[in-house]
Design a binder for this molecule. Structure first.
Ligand SMILES: Cc1ncc(COP(=O)(O)O)c(C=O)c1O
Length: 337
């Protein structure tokens, strides 16, 4: 869409797309090029030319000693500005971002990050594409993750909770500026030559419409605004002091615990020890399904209807899993000595 629009607007050079290391946007050639994870690039000859990546906005690992969240955000915005200037603003079309990075480890950006990033994009006439596949539909406590972080996107991509994931459906929303650009192109070319066999499938669309109605009927937004902060607070209270947990992070009903070997140095375990995957086994044994991501980050994304009592139960079970893993790791360390 972005390329089509820029061709239609007579600026065929403006095509490069910038996303971020550890981003996850999918695994087609284009979306995997946007993704910033080695497993999705290595052996697939990706990223394709014209896809660039800037730093992950993760204060815990990325900040310099003593650097505040605000100063870290300023540095990342400067990095983006420098990259756009180096490449030539006339060649850069769009910046792609998940409001909260999901598969990369549930990374909540530092304060003021998006405000500063958007100022850079505006200066260079670069579009903001928000990937709301995880964040959309109340996950972060607002209808869109963009609202939680003050983002005004030009294009917004959504899926998952659009149908509560009962049927596969996704959507792309564009603002008037992008729409007009595309309309211009299609009036010249004669058609919007871009569609799939199952685009606009009526069964999936009916399920999505019903899902959105149910969200309104049960006021799921009010529920998430109540239970989300509770989950965040309880997770911090319970796990910040745990010997295996380096950081507890998240917003609304999405969160992560990051397992570390050295809490003071923010140093992760050697990947060969498989601390994250082994925690999942302990989780299963204790009746909780967790997800291990990059750097042994353990992801939580409970159903939006979860209650406070269920949050407590989920965290009780997680605590047992963590303690089980801690015992295993201690035994191994003793055996190694
Ligand atoms: C933020 C984000 N964007 C895009 C995708 C890709 O979606 P799909 O697997 O349907 O291509 C995912 C999948 O998990 C995602 O989390």
């Amino acid at each position: 869409m972005v390329w089509y629009m820029n061709n239609a607007l007579g600026r065929p050079q403006k095509k490069k797309i910038i996303s971020r290391l550890k981003a996850y946007h999918g695994i087609t050639l284009a979306s995997a090029s946007l993704t910033g994870l080695p497993a999705n690039h290595k052996l697939f000859d990706l990223p394709l030319p014209g896809f660039l990546h800037v730093s992950t906005p993760h204060h815990y690992h990325g900040a310099r000693p003593g650097e505040s969240e605000e100063d870290f955000a300023t540095r990342l915005a400067q990095e983006l500005d420098d990259l756009i200037v180096k490449e030539g603003p006339e060649t850069v079309a769009a910046f792609w971002a998940e409001p909260v990075m999901g598969a990369g480890g549930v990374i909540v950006p530092p304060r003021t990050y998006y405000e500063k990033i958007q100022a850079v994009l505006k200066k260079h006439d670069v579009l903001f594409v928000a990937d709301e596949v995880i964040c959309g539909f109340w996950r972060t406590g607002n209808y869109w993750g963009c609202q939680t972080f003050g983002i005004r996107p030009d294009i917004l991509v959504c899926a998952k909770a659009l149908s509560s994931s009962y049927l596969p459906i996704s959507g792309v929303l564009v603002n008037d500026r992008v729409f007009q650009g595309i309309a211009e192109g299609s009036s010249t070319v004669g058609t919007w030559g871009h569609g799939f066999t199952y685009s606009g499938h009526p069964v999936a669309a009916a399920v999505a419409i019903e899902t959105l109605k149910i969200y309104d009927e049960i006021d799921i937004g009010a529920h998430v605004r109540e239970v989300g902060p509770y989950m965040q607070q309880r997770m911090r209270e319970r796990f910040t002091g745990h010997p295996l947990v380096g950081e507890v992070r998240g917003v609304g009903l999405v969160a992560a615990l990051e397992l570390v070997e050295d809490k003071a140095a923010h140093r992760n375990f050697d990947p060969a020890r498989k601390a994250g995957p082994r925690l999942l086994k302990h989780g299963e044994a204790n009746g909780v399904i967790l997800r291990a991501m990059v750097n042994d980050s353990i992801g939580f994304s409970p159903p939006l209807v979860i209650t406070k009592a269920e949050v407590d139960e989920m965290l009780d079970r997680t605590a047992k899993a963590l303690d089980g893993l801690a015992v295993d790791l201690r035994r191994e360390s003793i055996a190694a000595v």
